[in-house]
Design a protein around this ligand. Structure first.
Ligand SMILES: [Zn+2]
Length: 376
């Protein structure tokens, strides 16, 4: 049986971020070039899945647009109106969230892809799923796009899981190298959604993602931030998952786990300064899949966020898909022969200290252990 769903649509390659250079649009002394968020960063992952033949091991899930009603469960009417007004020409949806003419439809497909992945898992069509989408979602706030993100894809999917399927508690674990500020903002005062973000300390946004941000007055303990020092590698990330994420999930007992599957903590990423390899992403994924099986009936959906190393992201992605599906592909990561001997892969004491500080937050996570075992 094919147990893993896969969502991708060629339109995600058509999301048009312009011909600027990195973060900036061309003009003045900015020579036209390509955006950090260019089609290759995700398109090549989809291409490797297909060319390697691994697509045959996955169950293709249809992509459809999210409705305006679904968008408005998370975003403000004013923001949607603003996007509609910009759609004829394209433009910036807020702060570094550029889209091209008629690009709104692509953003609705990206959010719909994550939603359909969640639906496929909750109906039992598949055991788990990976949604490879562009634009990403975790920086988008209720009233504006930010950081290459237009719609809060995983947040919209979370609302659908609750309203369509009666799911009570959802955990969103985001290991994109940047802070999941948008996801945190959406569920800041919502006690039924636990948001956990592992990220490089003060990378983007520079003024959020601190340990002290721990949830609103009605939801104290349901936002967890693990700001990691630049240079953290496989060992540090896995330690953070084991020491913070897993114990928090054991208390919160989510019925669904969504992973903000950013791959910009990868060793070759142009934006992050972390040292995670495909084996690191594999290990974190394996741990999370195990936790979902123990705590959430196996229900886990990976939703792609950032990741800007077009050459390396495909290999990180394949490692995650192998863990989800329980099958080995024909692809070996050719970079591991170099990365395997990097000293940065080991946990360093200063990283362990940062993780230890974040681990103190676990005791404040709402404790549903008794409730969950009584109804299991
Ligand atoms: Zn990112």
């Amino acid at each position: 049986m094919t147990r893993t769903g896969w969502v991708w649509h060629e339109a995600f390659n058509w999301h048009n971020t312009g011909n600027g250079a990195g973060f900036f649009q061309p003009g003045g002394f900015i020579q036209p070039y390509e955006a950090f968020d260019n089609p290759a960063t995700k398109g090549r992952f989809a291409a490797l899945v297909e060319v390697s033949g691994f697509l045959d091991e996955l169950h293709r899930i249809q992509v459809s647009e999210v409705s305006d009603e679904e968008i408005l469960r998370v975003h403000t009417p004013g923001y949607l109106t603003q996007l509609e007004a910009l759609d004829a020409t394209g433009g910036d949806a807020g702060e570094s969230a550029v889209f091209g003419p008629q690009g709104l439809k692509i953003a609705k497909l990206a959010a719909g892809a994550v939603a359909n992945a969640v639906r496929a898992v909750l109906t039992g069509e598949v055991a788990n799923a990976y949604a490879l989408v562009r634009p990403a979602g975790h920086h988008a706030e209720p009233d504006r796009g930010r950081g290459f993100c237009l719609f809060a894809n995983t947040s919209i999917a979370t609302m659908i899981a609750r309203e369509e399927f009666g799911i009570e508690r959802v955990a969103i674990v985001d290991w994109d190298v940047h802070h999941g500020n948008g996801t945190q903002a959406v569920f800041w005062n919502d006690p039924n959604v636990l948001t956990i973000s592992l990220h490089q300390d003060q990378l983007y946004p520079v003024d959020s993602g601190f340990i002290e941000e721990n949830g609103g007055p009605d939801a104290v303990g349901t936002a967890i931030n693990v700001p990691l020092p630049a240079g953290t590698g496989d060992g540090g990330y896995l330690h953070a998952v084991e020491q913070v994420v897993i114990p928090a999930l054991e208390r919160f007992r989510p019925e669904l786990i969504i992973i903000g599957s950013g791959m910009d903590a990868a060793a070759t990423d142009p934006l992050g300064r972390m040292v995670v390899t495909s084996e690191g992403f594999r290990a974190m994924s394996r741990t999370m899949i195990g936790a979902a099986e123990r705590l959430a009936g196996g229900r886990i959906v990976f939703a792609h966020e950032g990741g800007y190393s077009a050459a390396y992201v495909p290999f990180c992605g394949m490692a995650v898909l192998e863990e989800l599906s329980g099958k080995k592909s024909a692809v070996d990561d050719p970079y591991m022969q170099f990365f395997a001997s990097y000293p940065q892969l080991a946990l360093e004491p200063w990283q362990a200290e940062a993780i230890e500080r974040a681990a103190t937050l676990v005791a404040a996570v709402p404790d549903f252990r008794r409730t969950a075992s009584a109804t299991a």
